[in-house]
Write a protein that binds this ligand. Sequence first.
Ligand code: HEC
Length: 270
Amino acid sequence: MRPRILIRLFTACLLVLGALFIFRGFLAQSETPQTHTPQATPAPIYNPYPPGILPADLNAEIARVLREIDVIEERAIERWHNLTPPVLTGQPPILKDTGTEAVETLGELMQYDKRISPLRNQACASCHMPYVAFSGPIPSVNLTMIAYPGTVHFRAGKRQAQRYTYAPFFPVLQYNETQGLFFGGNFWDSRATGYLLRNPDAHQSQGPPVDTQEMGFPDTACITFRLSRSVYRPLFELVWGRGAFDIAFPPDTEQICETPGRPHPVKRCL
Ligand code: HEC
C-alpha cells in the first residue's frame, strides 16, 4: 500500500507543480503587454510605404539640409543688419534707395525660415534649394519617393518639388487662341492660376504653410503669428507697414500653431 500512496502523492505533486508552471507561464504571457504601455513605446513614425521607398539616409539628409538652411538664414540676418535702411517717401509711398534690397532680404529671410512650420523643422527651402535650381536637395529622395517629406515624418507631398527660378515671372494662366495652347500659371499643371491675386506665384505661395503634407500649420494665421515673433520683425514692418502685426493673438496661439494640421482624406490642391 505505501509505495502506491507515495506514487499517488508524487503524481499529485507533479500535477500541482505542472499546473503551477503552466499558470505562471500564462501569467507571464498576460503580463507581457502591460509592461509595454503606450507611454513606454514612442509613437510610431508614419510609414505606409513599401520597403525600400524611404531612403536609409533620409533623417541624416533632412538634418544636413536644415543645417544648410540655418547657415543661409544667418547670412540673410547679417545682410539685413548691414543694410542701410531705405527712405520712406512720396505719395503713394515708396521705399527709396535700398527698398528693393530690403524686399529681397525679407524674401530670403522668409524662404529659409524653418519656424514657418509647426515643428520648426521645415522651410520653403527644404524642398526648394538654390544649388538644385530651387528643387529638392536630397538625391536619395529624388531617386526613390520623389515627393518630399513634410513637417510630420514621413507624410510626403505628391510630386517632385518644382524649380521656381522663373516662376515669379509667369503670367496669369491664359489660353492663346492662335497657338491653341495654355500659357502661365504656376505648378506642373498650372492650377495656381493667379486669377485672384493677379500673380500665380503669390497664389501658389499661400499653399505650403497650411498643406498638411508640407509645412502643415493648422491655420494661415499661424504664419503671421510666427512672423510677429521672429527676429526680423522690424524688417517686415519696414516693408509692409507698422501696423502689420497689430493683432491681439489669444494666449494659446503658440500651442495651436505648434500642432500640425490633420491630414485630409482628399488632398487640398495648393
Ligand atoms: C514639402 C515640400 C515643399 C515645401 C516645404 C514647399 N514646396 Fe513649393 N513645391 C513643392 C512641390 C511638390 C511643387 C509642385 C507641386 C505641383 O505641381 O503639384 C511646388 C511648387 C512650387 C511653386 C511653383 C513653381 C512653378 O514653376 O510653377 C512655387 C512658386 C513654390 N512651390 C513655392 C514655395 C514656397 C514659397 C514655399 C514656402 C512657403 C514652398 N514652395 C514650400 C514642394 C514644396
